[in-house]
Write a protein that binds this ligand. Structure first.
Ligand SMILES: O=P(O)(O)OC[C@H]1O[C@H](OP(=O)(O)OP(=O)(O)O)[C@H](O)[C@@H]1O
Ligand SMILES: O=c1cc[nH]c(=O)[nH]1
Ligand SMILES: [Mg+2]
Length: 209
């Protein structure tokens, strides 16, 4: 399949420009990332199943639609993925949250997994995996490996910015998992940073540099 959906609503493009800007404060960075995540989640959840339900308005009985029984989970890749969770929770307050902790080794750029806590009933859940950055794609590939190992019913990957190299690497391993991004940037730097990108997402969210 190899589907890449670029969610480039004008509001998202506007906010993304300020997210990229090095002069944007930690507070604004977090708020903007949350807002963009909510807007992207609106698009990702477009095909959620609905079922009929009978209710009464103050005037007459009627039939309405509510979300069907399909179970969802949001799984952020720590740390930076945490910055995208609240925006999704604003739309789906009861969504279950799993956590996958990993960081890129600075020299090898290989992901190192340090934490895995997923809902027990993953085989019943459709998962939205979130991480702002898809750079070499190494972290996302390992994360989807973990989700598939846990039996996830389906997986969608939502990132803010992707590098073309990362998209290719991701689909080499998981062609069945669609990618949703706000932007596909030009390329990776020699140090494995996305260009033009936004710098180190985790450091900018948590103010660690
Ligand atoms: O596609 P890749 O080349 O694997 O790079 C992307 C990963 O790098 C960043 O995390 P980082 O390793 O900086 O950890 P952090 O979130 O704790 O800062 C980012 O949030 C992704 O998880
Ligand atoms: O540009 C990049 C690449 C990997 N991780 C980041 O946070 N930023
Ligand atoms: Mg980081």
């Amino acid at each position: 399949m190899q589907d890449v959906f670029i969610v480039d609503h004008p509001l998202i493009q506007h906010k993304l420009t300020y997210i990229r800007d090095r002069n944007t404060s930690t507070k604004m960075f977090k708020e903007l990332l949350e807002e963009v995540s909510m807007l992207m989640a609106y698009e990702i959840t477009r095909n959620l199943e609905l079922e009929d339900t009978d209710i009464e308005t103050p005037l007459v009985p009627t039939r309405g639609k509510v979300l069907g029984g399909k179970k969802l989970a949001v799984v952020p890749i720590l740390r930076a993925g945490l910055g995208m969770v609240r925006g999704i929770e604003n739309l789906i307050p009861n969504v279950r949250i799993g956590h996958l902790g990993m960081y890129r080794d600075h020299d090898t750029l290989q992901p190192v997994v340090y934490y895995n806590k997923l809902p027990q009933d993953m085989h019943q859940r459709d998962v939205i995996l979130v991480d702002p950055m898809l750079a070499t794609g190494g972290s996302a590939v390992i994360a989807v490996d973990e989700l598939k190992k846990a039996g996830a019913r389906s997986v969608k990957f939502m990132a803010l910015i992707a590098a073309p190299e990362g998209i290719r690497h991701f689909f080499d391993h998981h062609p069945d998992v669609p990618i949703y991004v706000a932007a596909v940037d030009e390329k990776l730097s020699e140090q494995g940073y996305i260009l033009p990108g936004l710098g180190d997402a985790g450091d900018r969210i948590f103010g660690t540099r």
